[in-house]
Write a protein that binds this ligand. Sequence first.
Ligand code: MOS
Length: 694
Amino acid sequence: MTAVGRATTRLDGPAKVRGAAPYAYEHDVEARAYLHAITSTVARGTVVTMDTAEAEAVDGVLTVLNAWTAPSLADTSDGEFTILQAPEVAFRGQIVGAVAAETPEAARHAASLVHVEYDEETHDTGFHVEHPAGIRPAQVNGGNDTETGEGDVDAAFAAGPAFVVDEFYSTPEEHNNPLEPHCVVAHWEPDDEVLTLYDSTQSAAGVADALAPVLGLDAGRIHVISPYVGGGFGSKGAPHAHNVLAALAAWRLPGRSIVLAVTRQQMFEFVGYRSPTVSHLRLGADADGRLVALVHDATVQTATVKEFAEQAAVPSRTMYAARNRRTSHRLVPLDVPIPFWMRAPGEAPGMFALEVAMDELAERTGIDPIELRVRNEPDVDPQSGKPWSSRRLVDCLRDGADWFGWAGRDPAPATRVEGRYLVGTGVASATYPHMYNTGSSASVRLLADDRYAVCTSAADIGTGALTALTLVAADALGVPPERIDMQIGDSALPAASVAGGSSGTVSWSSAIVAAAREFRVRHGDEPEIGATVTASTPENPALESVAAHSFGAHFAQVRVDRDTGEIRVSRMRSVFSVGRVVNPVTVRSQFLGGMTFGLSMALQEESIRDHRFGHVVTHDLASYHFPVNADIEDLDARWLDETDDAASPLGIRGAGEIGIVGSAAAVANAVWHATGVRVRQLPVHADDLLAALP
Ligand code: MOS
């Protein structure tokens, strides 16, 4: 039996449980010094003076950095990385200074004694869809086109389709909040001019590449070490301003190891977040529920200092067949921090909108929501016109319906009463694009103990990637997994692409397979000790002629307290089509985690920005709500047994993020079915339902 496909518990689990797996803060480094970031308390303006005397007098303080004293950066073209170079403040929470000290307590205390005076200017953090500052970005995240269209949507709506849905759907600002806050330990060695960063990142090689121009160093002189990462959820997909801050302090204090642990509250300031989104969906359908027109116009926000455009309308380009289609994005630059990737950027908010709109179309046509989706299945990808590598959405819907017990559902809302609860069920589709990054490489080397070192700078951010890659390497070399010494999380290893876009395992495993095959070709089955081969992820020409996406179907049952409006998710069942599954244990965890994200997005997560002052007031884990164990009652996921040969050499597609796509819509649709109240603005609150409850 192959190792790939075998249920395998995390190989790094014991070390993590025993506390023997070093996270960024915990590496055994010499001469630690602790850095505490000072962030702006105005949302726009200029630092006029910074009185550091009191801070410098604190016992143990080593240095105070600010715009007047910090070393210069080599390249200030990136508005996120350019800190302490000028006194201007572009958003509240921007780094304006820092204190380094012998202890974290001294650094933090001294930072509180730095007196900053601002020349404050009027700011604007108020996102709304009609904002006059809105622009059409040149492109949106992922390199996607800002606008697409086919046919004539205006004519299609003017012709008066039998059914129309024309609604706005919105999702709030949300913050990633991995359990391990961002942390970096920076050490500058002046003799050999090497900057070592112990970082918490989704891409060790990516951090070196991104910081190199900013710091004026060759990427090879930035050594990023990140063997263990306590979650990223997208926010660790690239370095942020704190990485630059730690480097500046390391330059100032050569030989010291500068420890910068971002506080939980600072996680709401400068490490990225999901932009709020507004999606205007217009669906036109004929009498049989077949879409004749589909419009998805999305509006999102960005910072004034750097552009990031969440691609919320992108999933509507491929999801359903419609002769006349249009999608667009509008971007509103505001005096806010820079948004970034968070848990299926684009797909998660966009599919909330589309899948609730489809539920509304089902309601208006009287067609079962599953049947409605089946009727709108596209034969080929509507966007590219290419055939699908594999599109088994209908299989996911049918299998999920059986498993969940969908048959016999009363289509009318607010009809099922169980004691004090109204009970309802909802369904939604999921999709996530298949990303195959060719920019990865891996090496294979025979060790003296008859084991193989397999190396790539890949990141395991808690997903189980290390374990999956070990199984892949074992099969590729024809040895049991016990003989694989899998090494990741170090930019000195052969470069690997980011653990993002659900592309990691697909891309890295392809490089490992290529290296293992080449190793056997060159060194045979009885290689010399020390024999080594390095290879890159091969091009995959099969992908050029197909559209490759993962798919899924979510089913949710909720109960709503008739007196209080409290919403509980009693049950979720989801079925996925992701190609070949490398490790059923960890893939299942990814799915359940994604479904939990969806439940959280539907009912809990919301960053509330106080527009008078420009900051997020729900800036801790007490007031930023997300599910705890008591909120998760009965979740289960399964997947279709399949291999997608066009997708990657091993037949794998991405499985990381699809669990969150559509799952919020399934919950919101179930809330409608339970109560008859259609809530189009996440998260759904009890207050949204109270007035309508019997
Ligand atoms: Mo993931 S949000 O693409 O890092």
